[in-house]
Design a protein around this ligand. Structure first.
Ligand code: HEC
Length: 154
């Protein structure tokens, strides 16, 4: 019986896209919270909250605050430190042609730097300065481009 939890863990690794139950989340450190505010929230604001924020809650998920992000939607988003079993990461790192990719195919994709920053955050590691800067530069560009683009038809 003792071996069972280990066995279940390896199953979770084999099927990273659909974790069924929310795992307990440890409280975030001050540094992790600061990284979220400084780097991750601007990325989500630029690429996600039009569908996962106050106006729309697709998949019952909001990404406009740390609390909402950690709470998840229909499914858990991620547990800090467990990048391999994160549904949010899995969907962000899907091929752009995949039906489940986030942001969806028709939207402007995130850059590698933006994705890497989200990955580092979920891993629970401090996001390296260089990566933060590069990701935020990309995010600013995306925001500027969105402002200049003609309004999409709804
Ligand atoms: C144009 C709208 C749109 C944008 C932008 C968007 N999403 Fe989504 N998202 C959806 C829809 C619709 C669903 C629900 C259907 C599904 O699960 O595919 C969803 C579902 C999800 C889910 C699964 C929620 C659950 O609990 O099952 C995650 C995780 C997710 N999105 C992450 C993101 C992230 C991260 C971004 C930004 C990088 C993003 N999405 C941007 C439309 C969007």
């Amino acid at each position: 019986m003792r071996l069972l939890p280990l066995f279940l863990t390896s199953l979770a690794v084999a099927a990273p896209i659909a974790p069924k139950k929310a795992e307990p989340q440890k409280p975030l450190t001050a540094a992790q919270k600061a990284d979220f505010t400084k780097v991750i929230q601007p990325i989500f604001d630029a690429h996600c909250i039009s569908c996962h924020g106050p106006k729309k809650e697709k998949g019952k998920l909001r990404l406009d605050t740390l609390e909402a992000t950690l709470k998840g939607g229909k499914n858990p988003t991620f547990v800090m430190g467990k990048a391999d079993s994160s549904m949010l990461l899995a969907r962000v790192f899907l091929e752009r042609t995949a039906g489940d990719v986030m942001p969806p195919k028709a939207e402007k994709p995130m850059t590698e730097k933006e994705k890497e920053a989200i990955y580092a955050f979920v891993e629970g590691q401090p996001i390296p300065d260089e990566l933060s800067k590069a990701a935020l530069t990309d995010t600013k560009t995306a925001v500027a481009e969105a402002k200049n683009a003609p309004k999409p038809k709804k």
